[in-house]
Structures are given as structure tokens and as C-alpha cells.
Design a protein around this ligand. Structure first.
Ligand code: SIN
Length: 286
């Protein structure tokens, strides 16, 4: 196995490894490399069937069920833990979620009390351009904050919005808008949390739209959240994945944000995704 860090604030390539055939020693090295590189690893040139992909994901912990689609079904009923992320439409029906849209910076499912600790994508079909996925290190971004901002954030909590998905679509069963910000459905998490495995402090953001800081009046909350998203997404804290066939990318939802570029709807993009359950919500940093 050869590890090549990206040179950015996060991420490393792991070469010469078959994710479908890993020894426990190789997995332990991958796990430590993941923690040491701020939570993003890319494994190029993989050839995985669904069992191989889910088997690798499962090494990190119990898998979450994939979100159900607009028709109330799993994308792949025979593999309910496998989500299909795609813009492909077959017989008039989408074969996966998120379409061709841009998605803004977000953490997966932080609107839940217990969001997944990690997500993994496997590239199967790719457009000639577009659909790149950006990652940001919320640990490096926290470390770089001025001391007075760190003090200001201590003890604050954020309400995360569950009514919209990462490309801004209203989820099944939710309203487009709510009269009072307190009515917005979603979980509350500390704004500065401690990563349970690295011990590092992170700015724990979910997705910007409709989120708010409960201890601040609306205008102040909006200004502070805008400032934090602008800070975390600075080039010095980010790295962009330009997909190649066979790439597997693993990210840690506890210490990263990610986003995706839009793509030409006439081009095909299809990836498989698995998510790993966490065992406890993020705890407020001391
Ligand atoms: C995701 O946000 O889970 C999908 C990202 C992507 O399509 O690159």
C-alpha cells in the first residue's frame, strides 16, 4: 500500500490496494491514515461489485439504510444500504438521487440526532466534465480561527434543517417554508464539537440554508453562519476530487463539509454511496 497525501488541508490517495480483499492489518493502516489526513481518502483504480463495496464500507461500522426515493422505495431494493447518486433517467424515471444540480457545502444528514459518521462514494459512470466534489476540513478551519472567535463560538448550538436535501429540494412530507424558525424540523448540535477519535475541535456545520444558531437573534445568527461557511470554504482548507472511473472516496462527516459542482444533464454520472452509522452524536467541545 502506498499513501500519497494530496498536499492540501485534507485528503490522501491510497494506491496498490484491493478494497474487496483487505487484511485486518491493511484495514487498520487505512483507518489510521484516514484519521491522520483530516478525514478524506481516495482509493484509485478499484473494481468492486456491490458486495465488495458494501463489505469495505462495513469495516468502519454498521451501515445506515439508504434514503428512500420519491416512490417510497430503496434505489436498489436487493441492497437497501446502497444509495445511487445519479442524473441518469431510464424509462422516464431517475435511477438515483441529486440529479445534475450543484450541491452547496454540507455535512451528510446532520439534521438527524445521530448523523452517519462517514460516507463512501464509488464512481461507476462519469461525465466528461462537471460533477467534481469539493471537501473542506472543519478541524483545520477551527484551528485557524482567531482566539476571540473561538471564545465567541464556545457553547453555541445550531439547529440543522431536515426539510431540504443538499441540492435544495424539499424532502417528501416537509413544507417549503416555516413561519417561525423554531418550527424548522431538524436536530440540534453543538457549533464547536470534539471529534471522538482524533480529539480535535471542529466547526460542526450542516447546510447553510435555514440553519440557525439558537442562542442568537436571527440577523446575528445569519451573519455569523455566513462568516463561518465563508471561512471553512477558503482554498487553504479545501481539496477538490476530480473523479476518475474506479475511484472510491471515503469521507468523515464529523470533520468535513463537502459540495458538488453541477453537470451537463445530457452527460451520464452514476456513483454508489454507502454511509456508516455513528455510535453517539457529536459532543460539545470543552
Ligand atoms: C453526496 O453529497 O453525497 C454526493 C456528492 C457527489 O455527488 O459527488
Amino acid at each position: 500500500m502506498e499513501i500519497v497525501p494530496t498536499g492540501a488541508a485534507l485528503g490522501a490517495d491510497v494506491w496498490n490496494v484491493d478494497l474487496a480483499d483487505l487484511t485486518d492489518t491493511a484495514f487498520a493502516e487505512i483507518h489510521q491514515t484516514w484519521l491522520d489526513n483530516n478525514g478524506v481518502l481516495r482509493f484509485p483504480c478499484q473494481r468492486l461489485d456491490d458486495n465488495g463495496f458494501l463489505g469495505f464500507a462495513e469495516r468502519f461500522g454498521e451501515l445506515d439504510m439508504a434514503p428512500i426515493n420519491a416512490n417510497g422505495h430503496y434505489w436498489k431494493p436487493e441492497y437497501p444500504q446502497l444509495a445511487v447518486i445519479s442524473n441518469v433517467v431510464s424509462d422516464g424515471k431517475p435511477v438515483g438521487s441529486l440529479g445534475s444540480y450543484e450541491s452547496k457545502w454540507h455535512t451528510d444528514m446532520s439534521y438527524n440526532e445521530l448523523p452517519p459518521k462517514a460516507s463512501i462514494l464509488y464512481a461507476i459512470e462519469l461525465p466528461r466534465e462537471g460533477g467534481d466534489t469539493g471537501f473542506a476540513s472543519t478541524a483545520a478551519a477551527y484551528d485557524a480561527l482567531p482566539e476571540d472567535m473561538k471564545k465567541r463560538l464556545a457553547g453555541l448550538t445550531c439547529k440543522h434543517d431536515s426539510s431540504h436535501n443538499s441540492v435544495g429540494q424539499v424532502r417528501r412530507g416537509f413544507a417549503e417554508a416555516y413561519d417561525q424558525r423554531e418550527d424548522i424540523p431538524g436536530a440540534v448540535h453543538p457549533l464547536v464539537a470534539t471529534h471522538p477519535e482524533t480529539g480535535r475541535k471542529v466547526i460542526y456545520l450542516g447546510r447553510r440554508a435555514r440553519a440557525y444558531i439558537r442562542e442568537l437573534p436571527p440577523a446575528e445568527s445569519d451573519t455569523l453562519l455566513d462568516e463561518l461557511y465563508a471561512h471553512v470554504s477558503k482554498p487553504e482548507f479545501t481539496w477538490t476530487q476530480k473523479w476518475r472511473h474506479g475511484d472510491v472516496v471515503l469521507w468523515d462527516n464529523r470533520c468535513t463539509l463537502h459540495r458538488r459542482d453541477a453537470l451537463d444533464p445530457n452527460e451520464r454520472r452514476l456513483l454508489h454511496r454507502a454511509q456508516i452509522k455513528d455510535v453517539a452524536p457529536m459532543s460539545a467541545a470543552a
